[in-house]
Write a protein that binds this ligand. Sequence first.
Ligand code: PLP
Length: 382
Amino acid sequence: MTMEFTDRVTRVEPSATLAISALATELEQEGADVVDLSVGEPDFPTPQNIVDAGQDAMDAGHTGYTTSAGILKLREAISEKLAADGLDHGPEEIIVTPGAKQALYEIIQALVQDGDEVALLDPAWVSYEAMVKMAGGDLTRVDLSETEFQLEPALDDLEAAVSDETELLIVNSPSNPTGAVYTDAALEGVRDLAVEHDITVISDEIYKEITYGVEPTSLGTLEGMAERTITVNGFSKAYSMTGWRLGYFAGPKDLIDQAGKLHSHSVSSAVNFVQHAGVEALENTDDAVADMVEAFGERRELVIDLLDDHGVDVAVPDGAFYMMLPVADDDQAWCEGAIEDAHVATVPGSAFGTPGYARISYAASEERLEEGIERLAEEGYL
Ligand code: PLP
C-alpha cells in the first residue's frame, strides 16, 4: 500500500536543531567527546523546590485529568505574572499547554488557513516556518542580518513586507537564535504597522526572564496592542524545565475560545502534577532564576572574549543563551565540518532563514565553552 501524505507535512523539514543533537548523540555513542553547543536547553537542574512540588502533587494524587485550560491555581499565578509585566489577562484568557511549542501550534492552527500570509523576522526560530506551513499559510520574511539582528533599523523593511494581506506577525524578543532584544521604538514600529494593517501578533516571550541588563517590554502592553496580541511563554527556559513540558498562551477571549477547542481535542490538558510544579515555579523561584541568569551572563562574556581573541566579532546578545557566529557562506557545510572534524555541534543559520551563520548556545559549562572554541580554532573553523 502506498500512503498519500498531505502537502502540509511533506513541505515541512524535520527540526534542524533536533537533527544536529541526534548527530551529536550518534558520535558520542561511537566514543567521540562532542562539545554540544547546539542545544536550546539550560544545563542546570530544575530547582529542587519545583521538583519537590511536582513530587508532592503526585503523592497527593494530582494525577488525573484537569480542566482543559489548566488548573485555576496555575492560571491565577500566570495571570499575576503577566500583570507584573503590565499585561491584563484573567485566568479565563489563559490556556496552559504542554510546552510553549504546543501553545504556538494551537494559535497558528486557529488563526492561519490556506494562503494566509504570515510575516517572520529572520533569523527566526525553526518551528515557526514549519507550523505556518502545516497550517497552509505562506511566509513573508524580513531579514535582520544586515542590522546586527536588531529590528529598529529594519522597520522600513518590515513596512515594505507587510500589507492588508498579512494575517499574522510573529515577534520573538529575546530572540532564538540571535539573543537580540528589540527596543521599545522597534516594538512601537510593529504596533503602528499591526494597527494600520489589522495584523494579529504573536509575542513569543519564552526568553523574557533571561536578559543581561535590559528589561524587554511585552508587546501587548503597548497602546492598541492588547486586543491583537497573543503572548506566549513557558517554563522550559527560565526554570530549566524543558522535559516537564509546560507553557501557556494568553490573549483575547475569542481566540482563547477557538484555540481552546483545538487544545481540548488534541492534548486534553497539560500534565496535572506538572501544573502544580508550575505554580511553585512562579511563586517561589526568583533566586534560582537570578543565579542561572547570572551564570549565563558570565558565559556570554567569556564566549565573546574568546571569539574576540580569534578575531571573530559577533552581534552581542542582550538575552536568551544564543549568539550567531558569522561563518562561511555555506553554513551547512561549515556546521557539518565542525562537528565531524572538531566534534563541536552548532546549528546552521540557514535553518533559521539566515545562511552564513551558525548558532552557538552557551548553555554549557565555561570549561566546555573554552574547549569548543579552542577546537574550532585548532581545526581552522574560526
Ligand atoms: N519559542 C522559542 C523561541 C523557543 O526557542 C522554544 C524552544 O526552544 C520554544 C518556543 C518552545 O519551548 P517549549 O515548548 O519547550 O516550552
